[in-house]
Ligand binder design. Sequence first.
Ligand code: HEC
Length: 436
Amino acid sequence: MIRGLPTSLVLTAGLAACIAACKGQPYEAEWCSEADTGQVSPAEAPTWVEIGPLFAQKCGACHVAGGHAPFAVAEYADVVPYLGAIRDAVTARTMPPWLAADCCQSWFQDFSLTPTEIAAVQDWVDAGAPEGAGIGAPLDPIGGLSRVDVTLTMPEPYEPPVGDSIRCFVFDWPESSKRYVTGLAPQPGNRAEVHHLIVSMVAPDDADEVDEADAADPEAGFDCTGGLGDLPSPVLLGGSLLGGDYPRGIGNPVEPGSRILLQVHYSVDTVSLPDATSVQFRLDDTTAAVVEAGGIAISNPGWLVGTGMAIPAGEEDIAYYYRFRPSIYTGGVDVDLQGVTPHMHRYASKMRVLALHADGTSDCLLEIPDWEFGWEQPYWFANPVPLSAQDELYLECHFDNSAANQPTGEPPRDIAWGDSDQDMCAAFLSFTKSAP
Ligand code: HEC
């Protein structure tokens, strides 16, 4: 497995090596996020009493005392020291960290701000952040887990080496009957060095093999920087640093005797500090629908080989396109798409996923107009999206390898598919089988 890509995709890579055809053909449809929606501004600057509930609702899942965001938003006094940073982050749309455009789909637990809300925050700060009189009615935070049933924490802290590395940690699954994971939330121990992480499930039959890999390394966990090698492919449960409930009570079955595999991508600048990351799970005994193991991975296998996804030094906007019919993943039947997780690295600038129907029409499944490495997360659809057996999927990724977009400030160099000093273009769709 290469960084979350299922073995099936990696295995077909060798067969599908493409020399000139890897770039693919663009599908002619407008990007919805490029339509001009104009400027919005509320009539009068709000007070904290009026705008506080918005902070509770859209920031409160992460910005809580003791959480991994830098300050809480519950009280006026909590936010006052950060007004300038709040205004900057909100107007630049870097906070809340939500990359998916809402013109393309409606999302489950969408904690992004609307243009009107951004204008209100800006006007409130510009007016000197008036407090107002009275008490605002608090709103529940959007996002996060509604219930924590099991928490798995690394038993001993791990000190990652300087530089980029990926460490795999193996956890016994504590449940004694089959249960469904209906939500999960990673809790990075040391946010400064935990770049992102992937949580997956190893079936009981494969448990011995991961236990052996774990035992062979005297330190906590084992090195999996180059992938999982010959180990059996685990079932992806979730990625990123953000977590929450799955929508509509859908779940991943986990049998007793399974293992949870946590792949942590560490990125350490100069000084390594101990990290003890944990993962919280919401569990249920039954599920509304089973999330199919593995999901649908969209990526051109030819990109993985050599320079199949060449991104030459200096290119400001180079795009790769891929369309295919996902029958190897769905068994060629109609399915309900439940959510989508994009995956790219530091040179990526924007991406989108479309469903292409046999009648020539298309549906936008995900559009990210401004990609941000570090805020990868699953986006769940507000309503399941039906995908018929005849439909194709289309993925389009853009990269900026110009001097202005170098993460290290070094001169641009040629890059291709690879680890985080290179780039990737993939999306993973979670689906359930449609009711007969
Ligand atoms: C999903 C979790 C999450 C949500 C929701 C969220 N934040 Fe953050 N925020 C973070 C984390 C984590 C950091 C720490 C910086 C980092 O990790 O990159 C942060 C950092 C910040 C910072 C520091 C400057 C910066 O950009 O890093 C500001 C300001 C901020 N958040 C404002 C907000 C506001 C205002 C909201 C709501 C409108 C909000 N955030 C919603 C997780 C969140």
